[in-house]
Design a protein around this ligand. Structure first.
Ligand code: NDP
Length: 445
């Protein structure tokens, strides 16, 4: 860690006690910024790094709701409005029991740089609740979403703060949230939330965007190395939104996906994952991935355990933070893995990331590799602003162009700063530079 940057990190840790994921995300960015301060000394004068690490606004609120038995339940809601130098705060909402301020801050912090990399006019933010939709009825989810929005609406607006989905928040939840926002404000303000249904202001390709974008990014990383995805054996963790559409695009490009997972266990199908079954189980029926084996008898399922000991050439962590450890990274390398790209946010532990970087395989960090989701959210905002609806092909072409440009920018920035092929440095510095330059231009606000 650079000697100018280390005291800033120590201050962040002291000011945000107990928020280990946030500390990890800040450390991971700050340890790459030393050379930037040498090239741009004005950033130190303006205390840009210190300011970027302090959210502009942090909102924590009570979410009371009634379950189907008539019992009162109380959850905690969060929205961290981290940085608006480039545009309105933009970032998803996560509903999961493990959510606390440290998780929302890590996600919001990462979002600042990711959103900057897309080249779209969006700032960074994130929100959510410790409410877990799993096992809840539709009515309970609706009542929770309505209560959540009854507090949050006052902080939102198409020019202020624009949430979207994340873990536990899909089309159904966005629908209930948007309905309540519309009712309270008496405005059909489509651009206030993204990930909407196609019938009411949503964008084609938004559902597929993070997974598809991830694969476009992997394809670019391999292209630089004179390689491609055709015939590659791939392992994708998770079986949610990101994983499903990553698998879909991999299969379209001729790759062979043999494994995926959920929070209960790991599924291995040597004949290739049947994506229609996964979609039916996880997207439509909200069941467990293990049930796949009742329909495909030759497939194997094991409860718990890691997915990363399954030999593959391309590994895509698409489930959750810190799901791929240093030990897993070593196992993957030993088994011949040549490319890793993060569909999830911060899925690789610092030790895992160091292992991949030292081995000089193609390693795409989440900020760059999974930016296709938020980029397409910004395309949804564009369509809402001009009351238009683009075709699937047109929107996908835009997404593909954005992912190619993110790859080019990260690759070029890494070279500029003397670390060719290091997408972690490329993504952190390229994203940081855009935000930092805007912050200097906007003055001390
Ligand atoms: P979903 O809720 O749709 O899916 C998450 C998947 O990960 C589920 O299959 C879930 O299993 C699984 N999972 C969760 N925790 C674990 C765990 N500890 N071990 C193994 N599997 C686990 O979420 P998304 O697909 O939307 O998000 C996945 C990741 O991608 C998150 O890190 C998110 O922040 C990131 N991301 C998402 C974007 C988007 O557009 N959706 C954009 C950019 C990043 P189960 O069914 O058991 O819960």
């Amino acid at each position: 860690m650079d000697e100018k940057v280390d005291p800033i990190l120590q201050e962040v840790i002291a000011r945000n006690p107990g928020e280990s994921e946030f500390h990890q995300a800040v450390r991971e960015v700050l340890e790459t910024l030393g050379p930037v301060l040498v090239k741009y000394p004005e950033f130190a004068r303006h205390k840009i790094i210190e300011r970027i690490c302090e959210p502009e606004r942090q909102i924590i609120f009570r979410v009371p709701w009634q379950d189907d038995k008539g019992q009162v339940q109380i959850n905690r809601g969060f929205r961290v409005e981290f940085n608006s130098a480039l545009g309105p705060y933009k970032g998803g909402l996560r509903f999961r029991a493990s959510v606390y301020l440290g998780i929302i801050k890590f996600l919001g912090f990462e979002q600042i740089f990711k959103n900057a990399l897309t080249g779209m006019p969006i700032g960074g933010g994130k929100g959510g609740s410790d409410f877990d939709p799993k096992g809840k009825s539709n009515d309970e989810i609706m009542r929770f979403c309505q209560s959540f929005m009854t507090e949050l609406y006052r902080h939102l607006g198409e020019y202020t703060d624009v949430p979207a989905g994340d873990i536990g928040v899909g089309g159904r939840e966005i629908g209930y949230l948007f309905g309540q926002y519309k009712r309270i404000t008496n405005r059909y303000e489509s651009g206030v939330l993204t990930g909407k249904g196609l019938e009411w202001g949503g964008s084609l390709v938004r559902t597929e965007a993070t997974g598809y974008g991830l694969i476009f990014f992997v394809r670019e990383m391999l292209k630089v190395r004179g390689d491609d995805l055709a015939g590659k054996t791939c392992v994708v963790s998770g079986s949610g939104n990101v994983a499903i559409y990553a698998i879909e695009k991999l299969q379209e490009l001729g790759a062979r996906v043999i494994a995926c997972s959920d929070s209960d266990g790991v599924l291995l199908d040597e004949q290739g994952i049947d994506l229609e079954i996964v979609k039916q189980l996880k997207e439509k029926e909200r069941r467990r991935i293990g049930e796949y084996t009742t329909l495909r008898k030759h497939a194997h399922y094991r409860a718990k355990g890691t997915i990363w000991d399954i030999p593959c050439q391309v590994a895509l962590p698409c489930a959750t933070q810190n799901e791929l450890t240093g030990k897993d990274a070593n196992t993957l390398l030993k088994n011949g893995c040549i490319a890793v790209a993060e569909g999830a946010n911060m899925p690789t532990t610092p030790e895992g990331a160091r292992t991949f970087l030292a081995a000089k395989i193609a390693y795409g960090p989440g900020k760059a590799a999974n930016a296709g989701g938020v980029a397409t959210s910004a395309l949804e905002m564009q369509q809402n602003a001009c009351r238009d609806a683009w075709t699937f092909d047109y929107t996908q072409q835009k997404l593909e162009a954005i992912m190619k440009e993110i790859h080019r920018l990260c690759h070029q920035t890494a070279e500029e700063f003397g670390m060719p092929g290091n997408y972690v440095i490329g993504a952190n510095i390229a994203g940081f530079l855009k935000v930092a330059k805007a912050m200097v231009a906007l003055g001390l606000v």
